[in-house]
Design a protein around this ligand. Structure first.
Ligand SMILES: Cc1cc2nc3c(=O)[nH]c(=O)nc-3n(C[C@H](O)[C@H](O)[C@H](O)COP(=O)(O)OP(=O)(O)OC[C@H]3O[C@@H](n4cnc5c(N)ncnc54)[C@H](O)[C@@H]3O)c2cc1C
Length: 339
């Protein structure tokens, strides 16, 4: 069960994570580690930072066996738990959620908290685990006040809600842009506990294949600079000819509004906003973007926002640190050339 109180966001665009916590230090935190090709995802590195703030011993659980070396570069874990089966490697939520819920519910393990990054994987897994355990999960946490009290945005980030859980288990997903990735330069030698593979024939679903879009530009989730384009680009050809060369010049990731995605300028995975990705790079270029509330929900925590729009009344200028009123078809080529 959750108790809530809402506070309107103050004029500052940023939310600062709590630094001092009153933790009761019971139980352990089970941190879900997502990885591919031996690399821990940035969302999981942020989840580990949040797990440290909870103050409990941290058990890192991964279904990607090859990641143990990377976990040994992180300080402060209590142990690593792995499952060995290629069935699990893709983190298919239908397959691994029942396994996670049985681990969290196992009284011998004394897990008080489960934590996962709030990316596509976390959004797929957390509600399932909550339903299986009959526990209300707390999603998209941006600050940890204590081991029972958390802050999370609602109404597309315009209100910050403080929630207190009274459930016996606390299930959390944390917004990666609100918790810096944990340091990965330590040298540790953790105990690795390999769990027996559960009987897969009891599961009525299995991973068959995936079709990933490959991109030559840096990853949106980790890039320090993002160049984002909107409907004003008018066509895929214009988007390709204006946005990508600018991004390439400054080694930036490419993003887009939903209007640009719906118009077919770029694929869906590049959408930033309430129903897309949440990002907080050092520098965000907003090019031909009006600044609709749903788009702002995904990028307003960027450190510096540069907006180019021909309409000086455009709401994007309310959040921009640097604003330029003008035609992007003239400004972007000039900017790209001069950089
Ligand atoms: C439930 C829901 C969820 C949504 N989720 C998202 C989401 O996740 N992400 C998202 O982005 N949107 C989302 N939207 C859509 C959102 O409401 C807006 O429609 C969308 O963000 C607008 O995209 P845009 O800024 O590219 O287009 P527009 O709003 O059409 O703005 C285009 C801007 O370009 C400017 N412009 C035009 N020509 C030029 C030029 N030559 N040079 C310079 N500037 C120019 C115009 O002045 C205008 O400000 C969602 C909507 C709903 C209802």
């Amino acid at each position: 069960m959750l108790r809530t109180s809402n506070i309107l966001r103050n004029s500052s665009r940023r939310v600062t994570a709590a630094t001092s916590l009153k933790s009761f230090r019971f139980g352990s935190t089970l941190a879900f580690i997502e990885a591919s090709n031996g690399q821990i995802s940035s969302a999981s590195l942020s989840a580990l930072t949040a797990a440290k703030q909870l103050g409990n011993p941290i058990i890192a659980l991964t279904f990607n066996e090859g990641v143990a070396d990377s976990l040994n570069k992180i300080e402060g874990l209590s142990k690593i738990v792995t499952f060995s089966s290629p069935e699990f490697e893709k983190n298919a939520p239908e397959v691994i959620s029942p396994i996670l819920s049985s681990l969290i519910g196992d009284s011998k393990l004394d897990i008080s908290h489960f934590i996962i990054g709030s990316n596509a994987t976390g959004k797929n897994i957390l509600p399932r685990v909550g339903a299986l355990l009959d526990v209300q999960p707390i999603s998209d946490v941006v600050a940890i006040e204590s081991d029972k009290v958390f802050k999370k945005p609602i109404y597309a980030g315009n209100v910050i809600q403080t929630v207190e859980t009274t459930d016996p288990k606390t299930l959390l997903s944390v917004r990666p842009s609100s918790f810096a990735p944990i340091d990965t330069t330590a040298t540790a030698n953790y105990e690795i506990e390999q769990q027996a593979t559960p009987e897969l024939n009891k599961l009525n679903i299995k991973f068959v294949s995936e079709n990933l879009t490959s991109s030559k530009t840096p990853d949106l989730a980790t890039s320090k600079i993002i160049v984002s384009g909107g409907r004003a680009l008018k066509s895929k050809e214009n988007f390709d000819n204006l946005i990508y060369p600018l991004a390439a010049k400054i080694n930036a990731a490419v993003g887009a509004t939903r209007a640009a995605v719906d118009a077919g300028f770029v694929e869906n995975s590049l959408q930033i906003g309430q129903t897309g990705k949440i990002v907080s790079p050092e520098l965000y270029f907003s090019l031909g973007i009006s600044g609709a509330i749903q788009h702002l929900a995904g990028m307003k925590d960027s450190k510096v926002i540069v907006a180019i729009n021909k309409d000086e009344e455009s709401p994007i200028f309310n959040v921009a640190d640097v604003g330029l009123v003008g035609d992007l078809f003239e400004i972007i080529p000039e900017l790209t050339e001069k950089l």
